[in-house]
Design a protein around this ligand. Sequence first.
Ligand SMILES: C[S@@+](CC[C@H](N)C(=O)[O-])C[C@H]1O[C@@H](n2cnc3c(N)ncnc32)[C@H](O)[C@@H]1O
Length: 327
Amino acid sequence: MEDEEQLCEAARNGDTDKVRALIESGADVSYFDGHGLSPLMHAAKHGHADAVKCLLEAGAPWNALSPSNLSAGDFAMDSGHQEAFDVLLNAGIQAELILGTIARRSNPSDDTDGDYLEDRITFSEDKLMDSNSKAIMMAWEKPLMEAHAKAVCSGGKHILNIGFGMGLVDNAIQQYAPIKHTIVEAHPEVYGRMLRSRWGEKENVKIIFGRWQDVLLQLESYDGVFFDTYGEYYEDMREFHQHLPSLLKPGGIYSFFNGLCGGNAFFHVVYCQLVSLELESLGYSTQLIPLPVKDCLGEEVWKGVKHKYWQLDTYYLPVCQSIQDSE
Ligand SMILES: C[S@@+](CC[C@H](N)C(=O)[O-])C[C@H]1O[C@@H](n2cnc3c(N)ncnc32)[C@H](O)[C@@H]1O
């Protein structure tokens, strides 16, 4: 048997001494066997936390995917192996904190947002699409947007929403009769549609047309802030978070669309933790409220949509507030 096949077998059996010896003799830790599984996936699937540690230390990629798009962390999670899961989660968080390989902008000149904002977009009753048939916003998210609106409106009557899209969250925010409801929208066609549907005439609404990055000086402090843009990266959201201390009043609530890595359950957990840690470093606590979404997401929803941006059964709605306020 090849060294790598032996490595998979040792990982599967939790024989850490053998795993170590094979690595020392040069076995490739990033090998995939005939089923497309790596030694790390075998160790994770069988809950051998020590073997998982050993393989990670030897450079096994924590985020490699099997042919069915599962990572080692998914295998540990699905089989209920908490210790192996925790080791992988920690490895994922550390790696993403340093490298940000999954959701971060890899090339600073790759300005997707710039392109998107110059694109033609298509409106229909149940979705808003970009020129590449990718969904900017979809009607199945309505209950989620209603829950976000409820959360951000619970802190007071001055509300800021970044990204109008289909106006689902803004319609829901209006139900709470805010004194002032500010909406920032950057796409000219979305903005045009807002004006045609008379959003600009509502007494309590102020529309600011432009990228949030470019209109920060026009913003004030709010009791509730919601962030949901499109065509941006995790890095942009992190940048937005740097402004929270001036955007959010004491006692205010912040929430954002939590679509981070919505195609893979384990990567999503990694990013939920990562964003919570990053917000914590800015002085905010994050509560993630689980909302089941399986029932509103049949296959037919995605007809004609190129990228299925959400594939998980549960949505975790973030509710963030200043740690001082929550104490
Ligand atoms: C996912 S949609 C928002 C959906 C909205 N939450 C709803 O309930 O319908 C994202 C919106 O953000 C806008 N957008 C994208 N980048 C932006 C930016 N940098 N600043 C402000 N708006 C932006 C897009 O044009 C789009 O209308």
